[in-house]
Design a protein around this ligand. Sequence first.
Ligand SMILES: [Zn+2]
Length: 186
Amino acid sequence: MTSSLYNHKLHALRVFPEAKPLVLENVRKLKQQIFETNQYIQQILRLAYYRNYPEYSEMDIRFRLACCREGEKVKIYQKRLKANQLLLKNIKPPKPSKDKITDNDIYQAKQVPLETLIPDTIRAGSKRLKCCCPLHEEKTPSFVIYEEKNTYYCFGCQAHGDSIEFVMKTENLNFIEAVKKLNGRW
Ligand SMILES: [Zn+2]
């Protein structure tokens, strides 16, 4: 009962792929220990057989005890081996990082200056960078870039946001795609 519960827990465990060499090494060591202990038991048995000690002699009892002791060791090693082999089964290859983005990726993407994404910006009255809104049709620039925050606002269509939102809108990408594009991973 306890053992099956233990196994159940191991099954539920997701093992990090990094652990694989360590578990493989454990399996190798345990197999070696089982092999060596079994060899030792064989040796004891052979010794007992060839010396042909009468049953219940002191030496015979010692041999029996030694066999039991070594046999117990083998049982423990086998249990550990089984647990390690189960761990190996639970090691899944890492998920493809294709769609993964980190907080740092998002941060980096937000740092990409908006003016580098819009080629035809002009500095209006030496203050704000302006241009004709890329998100709606217009003849006079009402799209303003706030460089200190790297955000934009359009006084014509009220569109606003940061570099990620800008790329999402202009290139029709989702958030992850926009972040990747801004980080040159697209
Ligand atoms: Zn606009």
